[in-house]
Ligand binder design. Structure first.
Ligand SMILES: NC(=O)c1ccc[n+]([C@@H]2O[C@H](COP(=O)([O-])OP(=O)(O)OC[C@H]3O[C@@H](n4cnc5c(N)ncnc54)[C@H](OP(=O)(O)O)[C@@H]3O)[C@@H](O)[C@H]2O)c1
Length: 512
């Protein structure tokens, strides 16, 4: 028998010799037949098992409207894992994971199905020692959140009267509402069943190594922080571009659009990491406190017809292929005003950032798939060169490449070899691919493991979600009153009005 207060020193979360492994637990996925579950969630669970990060009795329960037995579900998980897992397939790992797979057929309004789910979960505690600890992943249409959370509460699955060391957690996917009012309502519904500390909102960007590295870059080095402010920074550009269109995604996207889909969550989180003050520690509450502070200081700058842009991709040629415009894509109304490109100008109203514009842009069917944060520095106040010597010299820039080709680039001027003094831009590059031998885990691996460990640092809290809507709502209201988005050519970098935003102050968008 272990003494009551015996602590396993190898379970110290700061000990780097052994990775942290989740304690006894299970995961229940709603919407297990969906795209996200097949491509990301089930493969991530396998990858975690393969890395030895799941507890021995780990169990995965699928809930869906299918007439499946446990083995049919097993086959679905198997196929998803074979197709999408990051790590190699190993029969021995699969066989162990497969022992813990269960399936519960039913729809969200079916009381009996939830009663069966409660029995299944209780049986897992008995048979596999999951210890009453279960996370419920709602990979389902947001309209179904209230029904499912309510059902979980009514069938005793949401916890409440559990012993203190037993947990129940809920994981929800974006979109967290479509404006401030609906986000508040959603938070109210979810928090009525699960306390805020048991709610894990997924912003999969925060699971990316490159995003967490912003904190290392800024706060572990002496080099950058002294110039990370309005004295030296001219402006910041945060870009998330995709080169694909929206074929087959009308159901999710129509009526939502680029700003709600990407700026409200991913890009504002990137802004928060880039602009926040140093947290007292990386304890979750301290990190959140700084993010909340900076989001509270952030405002959309007007007049919006000059400082924002929205577009819709037109039909045409992209990469030698003829592609449809949004309005011809299946499922979109021919007069849809859903934007596929959005750009906004934000100000962070504090001493560090006064006067430094933050330009955020995102779009579909743009020149290439890339996400990056570019911190563009001011020009040197005096250049003791002949002006012809510096004609080719741009502004210094630090570019954090979030994806693909993850890394950091520093751009600065250098003398061109030769007998004349000529200064031109060069770059210095850090790439994860050549600096580290270990490949980065998928964002969903990190985030699912964090849910099971109860580690909330990388999940936006309800206050952050509401503040992000507060920043974006005035722009969305302006757009709702302003007719249609402007068309742009596929493969381009957005509509002309986007270029005009920066051109007014003599700036221009970076070509990533
Ligand atoms: N896919 C992504 O990359 C992505 C990105 C960001 C956010 N999300 C969010 O992630 C969630 C899932 O996305 P997804 O792309 O996987 O959606 P999806 O492919 O449309 O899947 C939705 C799932 O919900 C199930 N479902 C819907 N109504 C149900 C009901 N009444 N009873 C039981 N099951 C029901 C569907 O089951 P049936 O098969 O029976 O219809 C399906 O498994 C959504 O909240 C979405 O907004 C997804």
């Amino acid at each position: 028998m272990k003494p009551q207060n015996w602590v396993n020193p190898l379970r110290d979360e700061r000990d780097k010799r052994l990775p942290r492994i989740a304690g006894p637990c299970g995961l229940v996925i709603f919407g297990v037949t969906g795209d996200l579950s097949r491509k990301k969630l089930m493969p991530a669970v396998y990858d975690l098992a393969n890395r030895g990060l799941l507890p021995p009795g780990f169990s995965l329960v699928g809930f869906a409207r299918r007439d499946w037995a446990d083995q049919d579900f097993g086959q679905q998980v198997h196929d998803a894992v074979r197709e999408h897992a990051r790590t190699p397939f190993k029969e021995s790992v699969w066989a162990r994971l497969a022992e813990g797979l269960r399936f519960v057929p039913g729809s969200f309004d079916d009381d009996e199905a939830f009663a069966r789910l409660a029995k299944t979960v209780a049986a897992l505690d008995e048979e596999r020692g999951t210890g009453g600890n279960h996370a419920f992943y709602l990979s389902i249409p947001p309209a179904a959140f209230p029904t499912v959370t309510q059902q979980l509460a009514e069938h005793g699955l949401a916890g409440g009267d559990q012993p203190p060391n037993v947990w129940r957690r809920v994981v929800i996917e974006k979109p967290f509402g479509h404006d401030l009012a609906s986000a508040r309502e959603l938070n109210r519904v979810v928090n009525a069943v699960f306390e805020e500390e048991s709610v894990f909102r997924i912003d999969h960007y925060l699971g990316k190594e490159t995003v967490q590295n912003i904190l290392a870059l800024r706060f572990a080095n002496q080099l950058f922080e002294p110039i990370w402010n309005a004295n030296y920074v001219d402006h910041v550009q945060i870009t998330m571009a995709e080169d694909i269109g929206l074929a087959g995604r009308a159901g999710y996207y129509d009526g939502i659009g680029a700003a709600r889909d990407v700026i409200q969550n991913h890009l504002l989180q990137l802004l928060a990491f880039t602009a926040m003050e140093e947290p007292l520690s990386f304890e979750p509450s301290q990190l959140r406190a700084e993010k909340v502070k900076v989001l509270r200081a952030t405002k959309a700058v007007g007049p919006f017809d000059q400082t924002t842009a929205r577009g819709q991709y037109a039909g045409g040629w992209q990469g030698g292929v003829k592609v449809r415009g949004l309005l011809e894509e299946e499922g979109f109304a021919p007069d849809s005003t859903t934007e596929t490109y959005a750009a906004v100008t934000l100000a962070v109203q504090n001493r560090r950032w006064a006067g430094v514009p933050f330009y955020l842009r995102t779009g579909k069917r743009l020149g290439r798939r890339v996400t990056e944060i570019a911190v563009i520095f001011k020009r040197a106040p005096h250049l003791p060169f002949d002006h012809t010597a510096t004609e080719e010299l741009g502004q210094n820039a630090l570019v954090i490449r979030v994806q693909p080709d993850e890394g950091v680039t520093l751009r600065f001027g250098s003398k061109v070899p030769g007998s004349t003094m000529e200064v031109r831009d060069v770059t210095m590059d850090f790439g994860y691919g050549h600096a580290f031998t270990e490949s980065s885990p998928e964002a969903y691996e990190r985030l699912i493991l964090d849910v099971l460990l109860g580690e909330p640092s990388l999940f936006p809290a309800n206050e952050e979600v509401e503040l992000s809507w507060q920043i974006l709502d005035p722009v969305l209201e302006h757009w709702a009153r302003s007719g249609k988005p402007e068309p742009y050519a596929p493969g381009s970098w957005g509509p002309p009005s986007a270029d005009a935003i920066l051109a007014r102050s003599g700036r221009h968008w970076r070509r990533p």
